[in-house]
Design a protein around this ligand. Sequence first.
Ligand SMILES: Nc1ncnc2c1ncn2[C@@H]1O[C@H](COP(=O)(O)OP(=O)(O)OP(=O)(O)O)[C@@H](O)[C@H]1O
Ligand SMILES: [Mg+2]
Length: 241
Amino acid sequence: MLLCVEDLRVGYGPIEALHGITFGVREGEIVTLIGANGAGKSTTLMSIMRLPPPEAPVYHSGKMIFEGRDLTQFSPHHVVSRLGISLVPEGRRIFGNLTVWENLKIAAYAHEDRQEIQKKTKRIFGLFPRLEERRHQAADTLSGGEQQMLSVARAMMTGGRMMLLDEPSMGLAPFLMYELFHVLKEINQQGTTILLVEQNARIALKYAHRGYVLETGNILLEGDARELAKDEKVKKAYLGE
Ligand SMILES: Nc1ncnc2c1ncn2[C@@H]1O[C@H](COP(=O)(O)OP(=O)(O)OP(=O)(O)O)[C@@H](O)[C@H]1O
Ligand SMILES: [Mg+2]
């Protein structure tokens, strides 16, 4: 396993959001964690990124191992720069008043190496030609779909070993959603392992190799994505069938 999470418990003050979840992601996989509002999806990703919310005291126990290394020993900065894990956060969080290119440049702060930046930029613009056309445009003038692409592109500027995505399909029209997931698949095929958190189980299970169902802080089901999509409980609760 590239990432191994074992018995992870996370609480905000007196409220426990994750009640001891165990899951893993193998090198080269796309793994999805599906769950409804409040299931603990963002909490899981924030824990891996070592990013506690500033406003609440966080209680935390369990193991998180990445390539044999204990994640809890790494600062948020080093999770990105040393381990190569990057996050596409919920709600995009790009800098609206900066241009596309400026957003990408800021994300590249961890690289000293100009050649490395050029190589990454070339790969990104290869996958997102629309961002290249709009590289001097302010990010808040992009469409919602283009902004989501910029958020993914920004994550590609750092890391590269593993990408975590928090509900990338949110707010996108179906055809844009499919376009984005198609690119995610390509990013995965180019060697980046993906952990994808989604409320939209239909698209997540279509693109993932394996999946886990997270319900109010517990993992209820796990398995091959195709098998999960056929599961009666999943169909009823998450696919509206
Ligand atoms: N900063 C915080 N302070 C207190 N409680 C929090 C905080 N962040 C999350 N929680 C609580 O933890 C639980 C899990 O929240 P989380 O944001 O991880 O869910 P989610 O699966 O990402 O939901 P959504 O689909 O709505 O984004 C919820 O009950 C939520 O109220
Ligand atoms: Mg969330």
